[in-house]
Design a protein around this ligand. Structure first.
Ligand SMILES: *Cc1c(COP(=O)(O)O)cnc(C)c1O
Length: 414
């Protein structure tokens, strides 16, 4: 692996090698991460990175685009087939630029957008004040219900009636439950808003048929391609036929310059993989592992936001265990588990401290782990909390994590 870099740049090659070893040797439970296939990695490292292709297939501003046109056309066709969507734009460099494109296609700077609050599970790009979405637009937010910790659609309807947003944004980065798309559609129609659903986290579950699809309900669906979808780092927009022109124009020349053709080709490879029968089996196992992990943690007295999960992630409120999210993240790192601290709804701690952690199953499922391993991991987490001052005990637990990793090799072909 990395034979050319090793020859030309040993210093950087050492970084690449160390990162591969890190990914192999720890339990990756960051809910937004995954491991792409070798075919996706190979395509990312292809000569398509050399090509300028501003514009869209057969309408480029540069010559020599015959082959990259084929790659982009394949990516678009496969994305539409995978999600049963009318049209696709596969050029967004990331989930964030996909959202910027979708908002600016329908909404002028200064107009109003309504999205889920960051501290209740939403994403920065859903109107947070430090993000373009909060800087360009008048952003207002809905929250989850304090009792159920799930979205209260009646309250959201009242809020939408009062606020009359130009855009209603659905979707989240830390929400463990299904969405009521029909309710969101109805609310958007009632107040005359465009309904944009951001399925960045759940796209792979939607593709695998184990999570309801927003496509029949939303005007525009945005996504990333690197989370549960297990493709290259990048963005995706799916839309109704009548919205394609506005979306395309806003993405280029509105926001982006030359598309990343190596990434677009890798998206085509990813969509092809997702269209195979074994991908729905993968998605089913991701959700089964989420449930198994939730049950195993509940059985050990952990408190889960909303009481459980319908998807690939869970939020653990660790305050009842006497820890902050920041402390819990560091403790789990010590025992070989990588995750992130996360605010819980109505959190009293700052976003740098938090009261919770977010745990996801997509990456471990890619490594072939199942419900038995989820139970073992819940045991490691529980033991780590109980023996948090005891270095010997923690080192032993780290050994268990390392063993689990060794039993489920990552990129054995490298
Ligand atoms: C991850 C995520 C994004 C942003 O994706 P980037 O590729 O990191 O820009 C947008 N929306 C949601 C809901 C996400 O979870």
């Amino acid at each position: 692996m990395y034979e050319f870099v090793r020859k030309s740049d040993p210093e950087l090659a050492a970084v690449l090698t160390a990162e591969l070893a890190r990914q192999r040797g720890q339990l990756e439970m960051i809910a937004s991460e995954n491991f792409t296939s070798s075919a996706v990695l190979e395509t990312l490292g292809s000569t398509l990175t050399n090509k300028y292709a501003e514009g869209y297939p057969n309408k480029r501003y540069y010559g020599g685009c015959v082959h990259v046109d084929e790659a982009e056309t394949l990516a678009k066709r496969r994305a539409c087939a995978l999600f049963d969507a009318e049209r696709a734009n596969v050029q967004p460099h990331s989930g964030s630029t996909a959202n910027m494109t979708a908002y600016l296609a329908f909404c002028k700077p200064g107009e109003k957008i309504l999205g889920l609050s960051l501290s209740h599970g939403g994403h920065l790009t859903h109107g947070h004040p430090v993000n373009f979405s909060g800087l360009f637009f008048e952003a207002v937010h809905y929250e989850v219900d304090p009792q159920t910790e799930t979205i209260d659609y009646d309250r959201l309807r009242d809020q939408a009636r009062r606020e009359k947003p130009r855009i209603l944004v659905g979707g989240a980065s830390a929400y463990p439950r299904f969405w009521d798309y029909a309710a969101l559609r109805e609310i958007a129609d009632e107040v005359g808003a465009v309904f944009i659903f951001d399925m960045a986290h759940i796209a792979g579950l939607v593709a695998g048929g184990v999570h309801p699809s927003p496509i029949p309900y939303a005007d525009v669906v945005t996504s990333t391609t690197h989370k549960t979808l297990r493709g290259p780092r990048g963005g995706l927009i799916l839309c109704r036929k009548q919205h394609l022109k506005a979306i395309n124009k806003m993405n280029f020349p509105g926001i982006q310059g030359g598309p990343l053709m190596h990434v677009i080709a890798a998206k085509a490879v990813c969509f092809h993989e997702c269209l195979q029968d074994d991908f729905s089996d993968y998605a089913r196992r991701v959700v089964a592992n989420g449930k198994a992990l939730a049950d195993a943690l509940l059985a050990r007295g952990f408190r889960l936001v909303s009481g459980g999960t319908d998807n690939h992630l869970l939020l653990v409120n660790v305050k009842p265990k006497g820890l902050t999210g920041k402390e819990m993240e560091a403790l789990l790192e010590r025992v070989g588990i990588t995750c992130n601290k996360n605010t819980v709804p109505f959190d009293e701690e700052s976003p740098f401290v938090t009261s919770g952690i977010r745990l996801g199953t997509p990456a471990l499922t890619t490594r072939g782990m199942g419900p038995a391993q989820m139970d073992q991991i819940a045991a490691i987490i529980d033991e780590a909390v109980q023996h948090r001052g005891d270095e010997d005990a923690l080192e032993k637990l780290r050994g268990v994590s390392v063993e689990l990793c060794a039993d489920h090799p990552l990129y054995p072909e490298f």
